[in-house]
Ligand binder design. Structure first.
Ligand SMILES: C[S@@+](CC[C@H](N)C(=O)[O-])C[C@H]1O[C@@H](n2cnc3c(N)ncnc32)[C@H](O)[C@@H]1O
Length: 336
């Protein structure tokens, strides 16, 4: 695998993907940021200020250059994944995101644009509605000996159930996913990002849309200062970005260590990636579980294990080179 892969959803929305090899000390030019943003985004429903001519490329060109993922359900015969194979990119550097959000914040103030919806509005909606269903089913299964899916619950009961989930969105960026989570009935919402300007943008958008009850905090997930734990942790594109740092593989291990401290026992992590399949994420988690188990072999049980719960199966798939692939994977893990 090489860099972030981004199969097309709609030819009008297709962007090229750059996989630029960088070192942490590289300076990022405006051109770098433009190319990188084009390489990894779908135009926001809320509008975007990047030049459309720059963004849009011919579908066949992209199809011939992009590196499709086999969909998780179809990838059982692929070679063993290796996170080390992802090439570093400017998207792994904080300076890239700081500069991006300075620009996005200025665009919001000047033009009312909210910036990018990473992976597109459909994926964001799916993550929010699917997470809601997951939590309702999970509540229901906990409260009954035989789970029936929770469909028969009254809306008051559902609202009550959802209010007990405190939600953390790691690497929240403009925070729009949390707006969707609020629309789904979640009330206890926190978004963190290591980019202060990203958090300023998220706060501005939340205020603009009347969501002042959403908490936004500057926090680096790899060195988190958060002291409380959360029942539901979301990550849409953040582990992907972390993996694109020149020290991506080591940072991904740090990520799992940090996330395992932030999720309450019995809590859920919902992770959305365009750079790793469901099976690759499962393997990464299994490696982490084994490492944790070895590190704590004298302690009782594997209390920080992540167990696979479910994954989104409704994302559209496309065929490329005889392989059926989906452009994104969303996987839920239960934290032990
Ligand atoms: C691809 S963007 C996704 C933003 C948002 N989750 C979304 O879906 O729109 C990746 C985000 O992760 C943030 N990020 C990357 N590394 C991080 C870290 N170590 N700690 C916190 N945030 C990080 C970036 O600042 C950026 O906002």
């Amino acid at each position: 695998m090489a860099g972030i892969r981004w199969p097309p959803e709609d030819p009008d929305l297709i962007h090229t993907r750059a996989t630029q090899t960088v070192t942490a000390s590289d300076l990022i030019s405006d051109d770098d940021r433009s190319v990188a943003a084009d390489s990894w985004s779908i135009k926001s429903d809320y509008g975007s200020t990047l030049d459309d001519d720059q963004r849009h490329v011919d579908a066949s060109e992209l199809l011939s250059t992009c590196n499709l993922h086999a969909a998780s359900d179809y990838s059982s015969d692929k070679e063993a994944p290796d996170a080390n194979e992802v090439e570093p990119s400017v998207l792994g550097l904080q300076s890239y995101w700081d500069d991006t959000y300075v620009e996005d914040l200025a665009n919001f103030h000047q033009h009312g644009h909210a910036g990018e919806v990473w992976f597109g509005a459909d994926v964001m909606d799916t993550v929010a509605t699917w997470s809601r269903r997951l939590c309702i089913d999970f509540n229901h299964d906990e409260n009954t000996s035989v789970g029936t899916g929770g469909e028969s619950e009254s809306s008051d009961e559902v609202d009550k159930d959802l209010s007990r989930w405190n939600v953390l969105d790691i690497g929240t960026g403009n925070g729009l996913l949390l707006h969707e989570m609020k629309k789904q009935g979640f009330t206890n919402l926190t978004g963190t990002d290591y980019s202060e300007t990203g958090i300023n943008l998220a706060r501005s958008l939340a205020t603009h849309n009347g969501h002042t009850d959403i908490n936004f905090l500057v926090d680096d997930i790899l060195d988190s200062k958060l002291e409380k734990q959360f029942n539901l942790v979301l990550d849409k594109g953040t582990l992907d970005a972390i993996g694109l740092h020149p020290e991506g593989p080591a940072r991904r291990i740090m990520y799992w260590e940090s996330v395992s401290k932030l999720i309450a026992p019995g809590g859920i992590l919902v992770i959305t990636s365009c750079n790793h399949t469901k099976d690759e994420l499962l393997e990464e988690v299994e490696n982490f579980n084994q490492k944790t188990s070895q590190d704590s072999q004298n302690e009782a049980g594997n209390s920080s294990d992540f167990q696979y719960l479910d994954h989104v199966q409704t994302y559209p798939t496309i065929m490329f080179g005889g392989i059926e692939g989906s452009r994104v994977a969303t996987v839920a893990f239960l934290h032990g």
